[in-house]
Each structure stands twice: as structure tokens, then as C-alpha cells.
Design a protein around this ligand. Structure first.
Ligand SMILES: Nc1ncnc2c1ncn2[C@@H]1O[C@H](COP(=O)(O)OP(=O)(O)OP(=O)(O)O)[C@@H](O)[C@H]1O
Length: 217
């Protein structure tokens, strides 16, 4: 298979705590990959390594054939939603996304508004993010991850703490992104979401990774 993303022998420790040991897997373009495992098993750490937020102690990450860390700290064209997204609470959702978009300078207000509408947020809403509900913050995090039309999405627990309605909407949005052909990585503590959305599911256990469902081709 043509590997779009490849992790080779990734090992990561924090002091004496070994979190990941010789993790290897590869993913083809357009695949949706789920990661499951107990609390503290290393799912977020693996995602952070994939996004260049954490460096492995050894091993390589290749994204579209380019190795991370070789003059390239962060992979290109990867949309990221990890933990509770940090926004500036005194500004509106639109203003926050404008600040973030200015870092790359790739998109303008039109694309930001489109991303907000896509996740079900009103760009005209002047509410400060401090006063957003948890679900609105999650949606804003997803809007930020997709607004630059990145074709790889890394989504760590996007369903966390959502009410039923918002959870259903979020699931629908992710199904649409999958149908658009995005390559997606997803964690969730609800196995049925992972089963619905993912083509391949990996389990992290005892620092190792194992394919528990799906095909590698
Ligand atoms: N920056 C850090 N410094 C030290 N230890 C860390 C750091 N980040 C993560 N860890 C440790 O790495 C291990 C894996 O954490 P991680 O957040 O990846 O777990 P997880 O599988 O995402 O868990 P959860 O399902 O609870 O979100 C934990 O033991 C955690 O304490």
C-alpha cells in the first residue's frame, strides 16, 4: 500500500515512565484510523508525536513521505484538535479563528465563516468564548481544525462532554469529512463511534500497538 503516514519504531518515555515502545504502523490516504486504549495508555501522546507537538525518543514519523524533525517540526496540512482547545476567552469565536488563521496566512474570513457554519456555529454570534458552552467550544475547536481544508485531521476526543444533540451533530460532521476523503485519526472512549467512523482500529496496551479491526491495505 502507498503509505501516506508512517510511524516507524516510535518509542517515548517521560522519565522512568515508558509510554510507547517500538510503535509502527502506516496509513493510506483517505483512511480513518481509530485509536483506543485505557486512560493513560498513550493515545494523546501518540497523536502529539504525529503532529510534532512531542518528539519521540527514537523512531521516525513520515507524513506524505517527509520525515518530521528533519528541518520540519510540524507536518504540513494537518488539522489538529487535541484536548480542550485553547482560545482567548475575551474574544468571539470568529475573532479567535481569525487570530489563528493569521499564523499561516493561508485563508481569509470567508473560509473561516464557512468552517464555522459547517460545524453549526453562527459567525455573527458576538458571545465571548469565555461564555461559550462546552459543546460550542468543541465545535469551535473542530472549525479551527478544518478551516484550512487540511486533508489530514487528528482529532483527540472530539465527542468529549457533548450533549446528545451536539454529539449527533459532531458525528454527522465527521462522517461528512470522511466522505470528503480526509485522512482521519480519532480517539473516543465510546467504541461504537470508533467502529462507525473508522476503517482501522488500533489498541494501545502495555506500550504497544495492535490492529484490532480493519485492514491494512
Ligand atoms: N508532558 C508529559 N510529561 C510527563 N508525562 C506525560 C506527559 N504527557 C503524557 N504523560 C504521561 O503519558 C501517559 C500517557 O498519557 P496520554 O495522555 O497519552 O494518555 P491517553 O491514552 O490519551 O489517556 P486518556 O484516555 O485518559 O485521555 C500517562 O502516564 C501520562 O501521565
Amino acid at each position: 500500500m502507498d503509505a501516506y503516514i508512517e510511524l516507524n519504531n516510535i518509542t517515548k518515555r517521560f522519565g522512568q515512565n515508558i509510554v510507547l515502545e517500538n510503535i509502527s504502523f502506516s496509513v493510506k490516504k483517505g483512511a480513518a484510523v481509530g485509536l483506543v486504549g485505557a486512560n493513560g495508555s498513550g493515545k494523546s501522546v501518540l497523536f502529539k508525536i504525529l503532529c510534532g507537538f512531542e518528539r519521540p525518543d527514537s523512531g521516525q514519523v513520515l507524513i506524505r513521505g517527509k520525515q518530521l524533525g528533519k528541518g520540519r517540526d510540524f507536518p504540513e496540512h494537518v488539522g489538529v484538535f487535541i484536548n480542550s482547545p485553547g482560545f482567548v476567552g475575551i474574544y468571539s469565536g470568529l475573532q479567535n479563528l481569525k487570530f489563528l488563521a493569521a499564523i499561516q496566512g493561508k485563508i481569509g474570513e470567508r473560509e473561516i465563516r464557512e468552517a464555522m457554519l459547517k460545524v453549526g456555529l453562527d459567525p455573527e454570534n458576538k458571545t465571548k468564548v469565555d461564555n461559550y458552552s462546552l459543546g460550542m467550544k468543541q465545535k469551535l475547536g473542530l472549525a479551527q481544525a478544518i478551516m484550512e481544508n487540511q486533508d489530514i485531521l487528528v482529532l483527540d476526543e472530539p465527542f468529549n462532554a457533548l450533549d446528545y444533540q451536539t454529539y449527533e451533530e459532531m458525528k454527522q460532521m465527521l462522517l461528512e469529512l470522511k466522505a470528503e476523503g480526509k485522512t482521519m485519526f480519532l480517539t473516543s472512549h465510546h467504541y461504537q463511534d470508533i467502529e462507525l467512523l473508522c476503517d482501522q482500529v488500533y489498541l494501545i496496551e502495555n506500550h504497544k500497538i495492535a490492529l484490532v479491526s480493519g485492514h491494512l491495505t
